[in-house]
Design a protein around this ligand. Structure first.
Ligand SMILES: [Zn+2]
Length: 298
């Protein structure tokens, strides 16, 4: 069944212009497609741009049990975890500005909790993860696993007013109801606490260059943000001192190849060959069109 979606920022229903037509059918929904870091195959719903606030959203969408798909999703970050740990830890430091928080931090949708490893190793005393995939939690480091909660982020999953920092990396753009998830995240923060997300920037050079063939134009993404619409969403939640910025990724050349819109079978062959192994060892810093948005709980 098709469901019309509403803009989460201005709450318009309709009042949008089509940008890319849908190419989705029932076979687009498998556990594999909803697993982190899979090979992008660019199935997507119709994308429309809100006339009022310019947010890009999937509309309409199919009636799919996303929670079930994410609970059953498998986990495969392979060789990129070290680069992602460095990337995310650095961007949180930047997003916190001068704030010297080291007591408590939580993460929503963090897979096996690799970022929480970086946070703990970087000096945070208390860490907590909220992650629906039980497979991912099973793969968590032994000192992180006891602090992971197998759930979607809902009211009451984390205690109210209890964390200095909250984080969500490349999860916000997957949510069907980003407003309620962000409100639940804000509730878990102490007054003065900071929430940080990392998301794609749909107006970045790479997104503009690739257009519909960009890996971000995908059935998994329900909304795609710019710095302006990302900040507008944070302000709607009630965050103050809302800021955003671009960040660069530390990635291997193998991961870059995985993102390029060429034949999926060709990419798979190269990545599984000795050349793929070599490419996975060469690390580069790349501006992939990602950004962070941060806000403070008043
Ligand atoms: Zn709107």
């Amino acid at each position: 069944m098709e469901i019309a979606t509403k803009c989460p920022i201005c709450e318009s229903l309709g009042n949008a212009v089509p940008v890319y037509p849908s190419n989705v059918d029932e076979t687009s929904f498998s556990t594999e497609i909803f697993s982190a870091r899979r090979l992008p195959d660019r199935r997507h719903y119709q994308w429309v741009r809100c006339n009022k606030c310019t947010l890009l959203r999937s509309d309409p969408v199919l009636d799919v049990d996303l929670e079930k798909l994410y609970v059953e999703s498998t986990f495969d970050y392979s060789t990129e975890v070290d680069g992602l740990k460095k990337t995310y830890f650095n961007l949180v430091k930047r997003a916190l500005g001068g704030k010297k928080f080291k007591k408590s931090i939580f993460e929503v949708g963090g897979g096996n909790g690799f970022f929480l490893e970086a946070a703990k190793d970087g000096g945070f005393a208390t860490v907590a993860g909220v992650e629906p995939s039980t497979e991912a939690i099973k793969a968590a480091r032994v000192d992180i696993a006891p602090h992971m909660i197998a759930s979607m982020m809902k009211a009451g999953v984390l205690a109210d007013n209890s964390f200095e920092v909250g984080t969500m990396f490349h999860t916000l753009d997957h949510l069907t109801d980003p407003v309620s998830t962000l409100k639940n995240c804000a509730a878990a923060l102490q007054t003065g606490g900071v929430f940080v997300v990392a998301i794609h920037n749909e107006r970045s050079w790479s997104a503009r260059l690739m257009g519909e063939r960009s890996p971000i134009i995908d059935v998994e993404h329900t909304h795609l943000y710019t710095r302006k619409s990302g900040e507008a969403l944070f302000k709607k939640i009630g965050f103050i001192d809302v800021r955003s910025g671009a960040y660069n990724n530390h990635y291997s050349l193998a991961y870059i190849l995985h993102l390029i819109p060429i034949s999926r079978s060709f990419r798979k062959r190269v990545l599984e060959s000795p050349i793929g192994t070599l490419l996975s060892k060469i690390k580069v810093i790349v501006p992939l069109g990602n950004m962070w948005v941060a806000g403070t709980k008043p």
